[in-house]
Design a binder for this molecule. Structure first.
Ligand code: ZN
Length: 101
């Protein structure tokens, strides 16, 4: 996505990372692309420095960095319920922000 397009849409460029975390979480982080990225990233859950995989580049209206953890050891039913709770919370947050704008 071109930077001017992102800016005109009010979006900040970000990089999505999947942390290779030693704790039990599967953690995804979005970081500001214009800030230097080291060889490790501190896990927001357990605070340990983790290696990471870059998932992709995107744009966001949310303040950076932000993160999400999905729980590996939930049953599929619990995982689905958690997923919908997160989606609902995320959507409510987005709507609130859009109303302010
Ligand atoms: Zn961790």
């Amino acid at each position: 996505m071109r930077e001017e397009l992102l800016q005109s849409a009010g979006l900040t460029r970000c990089l999505y990372l999947a942390l290779e975390c030693p704790c039990e979480e599967d953690v995804r982080v979005a970081v500001n692309m214009d800030e230097p990225l080291g060889e490790s990233y501190p896990c927001p859950v357990c605070q340990k420095a983790c290696g990471f995989t870059i998932l992709g580049v995107g744009g966001t209206k949310r303040p950076l960095p932000f993160w999400k953890a999905s729980y590996k050891f939930f049953s599929s039913g619990e995982a689905t319920a958690l997923y919908w709770r997160l989606m609902k919370a995320d959507k409510a947050a987005r709507n609130a922000k859009e109303m302010v704008l």
